[in-house]
Ligand binder design. Structure first.
Ligand code: FAD
Length: 520
């Protein structure tokens, strides 16, 4: 078993680390004059993450009271020969990205202030300035309940910090219209790897602004973000329709995300693949919203394969809308789609309930212990032109029995992503559409054997993509050495390295990504 885990130790965050270095670094930390706190003993939680695959032992955990504290920590680390600094959001990474081996973890959850909300145009839009460690679920509650406003672009699960998702992209069913969360912030306050606190935007320090967005924590620590807001709807009509054929599923999904905003378009478009069987974890029972709805397998065409597809849609509406009128509008919008008739499920829920939908799953999974078991997840962006092959080889063959959790697959639009950010997308050769694939595995037991098999299956999928020459990128990427990172960034590698040289020349920040090694 040990040999298995050893394979996963990154190459450049290890090495000999003499005990006396710890003593010197401890003295350095004790010289910090913080408004917040410094803890050398309760560090275990900061050495784990949601993935549950890696574990590291930090030297200390700092809970900053302000950006001044964050800057002091970075500066003190720069005085040492080997200390690194990991900003930790809510630790929901999979592969140790927010960890540091004997370095300093900054617990960003301590910086979760909602600083202020500014509204424009009769209160119908505006922005909110929030601390980088604020959870999106708190942003939601504060903005909706206090101001009737809400951010435009979300993730499916909101127990993630603003700084954590902005360091990646932040994607959900609204991204086809508004782009990822990185396309919905207009200003950041950042502490760079030089310990400088800078405000940045499209026009002020743009290299830092675009570098930090999707920058995997490499260039600075986000202490504040300005997030765009729009009027929050009261209610959401939430719909699932089932497809037997991948080509029909993708044709409809792509058509829906290509519609301009208006009466005839949905506000949220996602999709998932599931097993064509009554398997309670991977099959038909995943589709109905509640036990009062029945999935009738006789509606599945005989030609269907081992995997079916579900388009998940949502339409915002007012609580004053009459349900008969709404039914009619939804009916008209769905009429144009080619899903299996009689395999359509709908519910109306409050807007906050809809956005907090994964919270219920979290609570149930915590109660059964599954939430705390390892999660070897894999997320990919795959170009539209490779999706038929991907479906044939991956969904229909490698994953035909399911993964013990959701297998998300839905289209995104390239024009909604800003190429100046650090996020990398498939090349696309002029294609507007690419797909998000998210294999969100949940383990019923904490047995390492299952995890080992799942990691191997993820590797098989990535290997297959590479060997077949698919145009793809990992989302929430995980690589073990710089050559792999170079391949990941492709043409953008030079820009990424330049930004590192400008903003974090000693490579102090986010060592858990295993991209750069600390220099002196
Ligand atoms: P952490 O895991 O703590 O940190 C992630 C990285 O960001 C680390 O490198 C860290 O050093 C760096 N970082 C953290 N805070 C800051 C900061 N303030 N400034 C600079 N760098 C920082 N992603 C999606 O896009 N869409 C989804 O729908 C989605 N759903 C998810 C559901 C679950 C249950 C989970 C576990 C993850 C999901 N994710 C999703 C992935 C998630 O967006 C990323 O894992 C994200 O990084 C987690 O945020 P965090 O606050 O826990 O960050």
């Amino acid at each position: 078993m040990i040999a298995f885990w050893e394979r996963f130790v990154p190459e450049n965050d290890t090495g000999a680390y003499p005990e006396d270095e710890d003593t010197t670094n401890t003295s350095l930390c004790l010289s910090l004059e913080l408004q917040g706190s410094l803890d050398f003993s309760s560090t275990a939680a900061a050495g784990k993450d949601f993935g549950g695959i890696y574990h590291k032992k930090p030297l200390a955990v700092i809970r900053p009271a302000s950006p001044v504290d964050v800057a002091r920590v970075v500066k003190v680390a720069s005085l040492s020969s080997n200390l690194t600094v990991a900003a930790r959001g809510n630790g929901h990474s999979i592969n140790g990205q927010a960890m540091t081996d004997r370095g300093l973890v900054i617990d960003m959850r301590a910086m979760d202030d909602l600083i202020h909300v500014v509204t424009f145009a009769a209160g119908d839009s505006g922005y909110v300035d929030v601390g980088g460690g604020m959870l999106w679920e708190d942003v939601l509650r504060r903005c909706v309940l206090g101001f009737g406003l809400a951010p435009r672009s979300w993730t499916d699960y909101l127990g993630l910090t603003v700084g954590g998702t902005l360091s990646n992209a932040g994607v959900s069913g609204q991204a086809f219209r508004y782009g990822p969360q990185t396309s919905n912030v207009t200003e950041l306050e950042v502490v760079t790897g030089k310990g400088e606190t800078m405000v940045c935007s499209e026009t002020q320090n743009p290299d830092l602004f675009f570098g930090v967005l999707g920058g995997l924590g490499q260039f600075g620590i986000i202490t504040r973000a300005r997030v765009l807001l729009q009027k929050a709807p009261d209610m959401v009509r939430w719909i699932r329709v089932v497809y037997a054929e991948f080509e029909e599923f993708t044709r409809d999904a792509e058509w829906l995300v290509s519609q301009e905003e208006g009466r005839e378009s949905f506000d949220y478009v996602e999709g998932f693949a599931f097993v064509n069987s009554d398997d309670p974890v991977n099959g038909w029972p995943l589709v109905p919203f509640h036990s009062g709805q029945r999935f009738d397998p006789s509606c599945i065409p005989r030609t269907a394969g081992p995997v079916l597809y579900c388009l998940e849609l949502a339409l915002h509406h007012s609580s004053e809308d009459h349900s008969i009128t709404l039914d009619k509008v939804v009916g008209q919008m769905l009429r144009q789609l080619r899903y299996c008739r009689n395999l359509r499920f709908e519910v109306s829920v409050g807007f906050m309930e809809f956005l907090l939908r994964v919270k219920q799953t979290e609570q149930a999974a915590k109660a059964s212990g599954i939430w705390d078991n390892p999660h070897p997840w894999l997320n990919l962006f795959v170009s539209k032109s490779d999706m038929i092959d991907f479906d044939r080889a991956v969904f229909k063959k490698i994953l035909r029995h399911g993964i013990g959790g959701p297998m998300l697959v839905y289209p995104l639009r390239r024009s909604k992503w800003d190429s100046r950010t650090s996020v990398v997308l498939p090349e696309g050769l002029g294609e507007e559409i690419f797909y998000l694939i998210a294999l969100l595995r949940f383990n019923p037991s904490s047995s390492g054997v299952e995890v080992e098999e799942q990691v191997a299956q993820n590797e098989e999928i990535v290997r297959w993509c590479r060997e077949k020459g698919l145009d793809y990128k990992q989302y929430l990427p995980h690589y073990r050495n710089q050559d792999q990172w170079k391949r990941h960034f492709g043409k953008q590698w030079t820009r990424f390295v330049d930004r590192k040289t400008w903003f974090d020349p000693l490579a102090l920040l986010s060592p858990g990504q295993s991209i750069f090694s600390r220099t002196t």
